[in-house]
Design a protein around this ligand. Structure first.
Ligand code: AMP
Ligand code: MG
Length: 352
């Protein structure tokens, strides 16, 4: 972690950590809450139904967990395992249990999505300037040369040893926050907490229901700002990937940060955002990126053959699409309230 980042984290911690009431008892519905800067985003963690002391203790552990994961997974920190692997010159590097587990699951998801998610697309992301903010449109021949080194199947994971061929680089940015959410839920559950919610940038993950037993109400962002809808969930991860989250404009064209690994160019599929609702944060995070790359039709096909998630697509033309499992728990909101909401059904897709 860079010194500046550490200072920021410390300040945020000092300023914003606290419980709703210092004398809160287990019966009360007030949260203990903290905010922390990590993984290039602001994270908010809230645990409910805890006496202040225990609540604060578990939040401190949660921050340590986040910082440990960031230290392992950062693509820019020279001490991270991912950095070490990316700069090992095709020698094997040993991985910790966390990195191995995340990488193994991420690689499986890259395969399952047919490479729409590809954790080795990093050199291309960097060429477009999305890693450092020095945006540029690379020449076609630069992109095709970089693509030769891209391919999740080039990463060789043998037990806890990872080998990357020269020129191939890993970036787990598309799944790291999702995995972190899963780890936090595990930590909260082990601490005996039954009601908690975390916001990790575009990822929201909830343990159980609100302390009053009601569902959590999660706002889904509108691409143009404000909110497009509200989703009611219990015990789920809700993860959004949107073109509006990071992009630049050049000569009247907009270039977004989600890259189609088959072309090396920003994904352009008519989608403004993809929100995934799943039990697993890692799955939600990986699929939000992958389904954005796939576009609506392929995303529907993927959903049809995978029963473990639901989605909300916001299309650039202003249409919202949800899978049938979210009917009744999602509603459009604000400027989006009058717009078309299409429901995708397994039955209908099967008979098409
Ligand atoms: P997310 O915000 O979870 O959708 O992840 C997007 C980030 O992952 C981008 O900012 C890139 O650093 C990286 N990325 C972009 N396209 C892909 C892709 N197709 N597969 C894996 N990672 C990607
Ligand atoms: Mg993602």
């Amino acid at each position: 972690m860079k010194p500046l980042r550490f200072l920021t984290a410390l300040w945020t911690l000092l300023l914003l950590t606290g419980c709703g009431d210092s004398a809160a008892t287990a019966e009360e519905d007030l949260p203990c809450r903290t905010e922390v800067m990590a993984m290039d985003t602001i994270m908010t963690l809230s645990v409910y139904n805890q006496p202040a002391e225990e609540g604060m203790e578990v939040l401190r552990k949660a921050i340590v967990c986040i910082e440990e994961l960031e230290a392992l997974l950062s693509v820019t920190d020279e001490n991270s395992e991912i950095y070490q692997a990316n700069h090992a010159g095709s020698s094997p590097v040993p991985l910790s249990e966390d990195t191995r587990e995340l990488l193994e699951e991420a690689l499986a998801l890259c395969g399952e999505t047919g490479g729409a998610l590809d954790v080795t697309v990093y050199p291309v992301v960097r060429a477009w300037g999305f890693t450092a903010g020095d945006y540029r449109v690379p020449e076609a021949k630069e992109v095709s040369a970089l693509l030769e080194k891209v391919g999740y199947d080039r990463a060789e994971l043998d037990g806890d040893r990872l080998t990357l061929p020269e020129g191939t680089e890993l970036d787990l940015g598309a799944v790291a926050k999702g995995y972190t959410g899963d780890r936090l839920m595990e930590l909260f559950r082990e601490a005996g907490i039954s009601s908690a919610i975390v916001e990790l940038g575009g990822n929201v993950q909830a343990l159980g229901a609100k302390p009053d037993g009601e569902s959590w109400r999660i706002a889904v962002q509108a691409p143009e700002g404000g909110y497009a809808g509200v989703l009611e969930i219990t015990d789920k991860a809700v993860v959004t990937s949107g073109g509006y989250q990071r992009y630049f404009e050049k000569d009247g064209e907009t270039y977004i940060h989600i890259i189609d690994p088959s072309t090396g160019y920003p994904a352009r599929t008519g989608l403004a955002s993809v929100t995934i609702v799943a039990d697993s944060g890692l799955l939600g995070d990986g699929l939000s990126t992958a389904l954005f790359v796939m576009g609506r039709e392929k995303a529907e096909d993927y959903w049809l053959s995978h029963p473990d998630f639901e989605f909300i697509l916001l299309e650039e033309d202003g249409t919202a699409v949800i899978t049938e499992g979210l009917e009744g728990s999602f509603s459009l909101f604000g400027d989006w309230a009058g717009r078309p909401l299409e429901v995708v059904r397994r039955e209908a897709l099967h008979t098409q």
